[in-house]
Design a protein. Structure first.
Ligand code: HEC
Length: 136
């Protein structure tokens, strides 16, 4: 038992150090893309079913993930331009259409926005040689 309390204190330091590290470890882009896909798939299901009210938190949630990515990835080894460049070019319009459709409760406009969203997710992957197809 001589070293018991000593090891315990060391352990506490280790735990504290790990906790401190956590906010600094940045989720890489591929992990955030998996989150995005979860939002996109569920958003698609709600819009297709005409549940525009339920689509709301998914659309806004997805956009806040994009906000996070724009801040984090001013540069990335797989991107030629900062993420915000691609967001403005490809995501702003479909997400704007979808938010507009949600405000109006317009499923047709929602589908139009969603179709454009999928097309533009894929177009960004193509531009950056990412072999990943987002499905409608
Ligand atoms: C900047 C342009 C860009 C846009 C816009 C974009 N992606 Fe991606 N995506 C990437 C890049 C780059 C990767 C590869 C990331 C890596 O490997 O580090 C990727 C990878 C992925 C992956 C694979 C992740 C894995 O590791 O399996 C999925 C899934 C994905 N994207 C979904 C989406 C969805 C859904 C959208 C649209 C809502 C979207 N992406 C929009 C650039 C983009």
């Amino acid at each position: 038992m001589k070293y018991g309390i000593f090891s315990f204190i060391i352990l506490l330091f280790v735990i504290a150090a790990c906790k401190d590290e956590r906010p600094l470890t940045i989720k890489d882009l591929d992990e955030v893309m998996i989150d995005l896909r979860a939002y996109q798939e569920n958003l698609g299901d709600e819009i297709k079913a005409g549940r525009m009210k339920d689509a709301k938190w998914l659309a806004y949630g997805m956009d806040s993930v994009f906000g996070e990515i724009k801040r984090k990835f001013k540069e990335h080894r797989k991107l030629e331009q900062p993420f915000s460049y691609y967001y403005n070019l490809k995501m702003q319009k479909p997400i704007g259409l979808i938010k507009d459709a949600i405000r109006k409760g317009d499923t047709v406009l929602g589908m139009k926005g969603y179709r454009l969203l999928i097309k533009n997710c894929n177009s960004c992957h193509d531009d950056n040689n990412i072999n990943k197809t987002v499905r409608f």
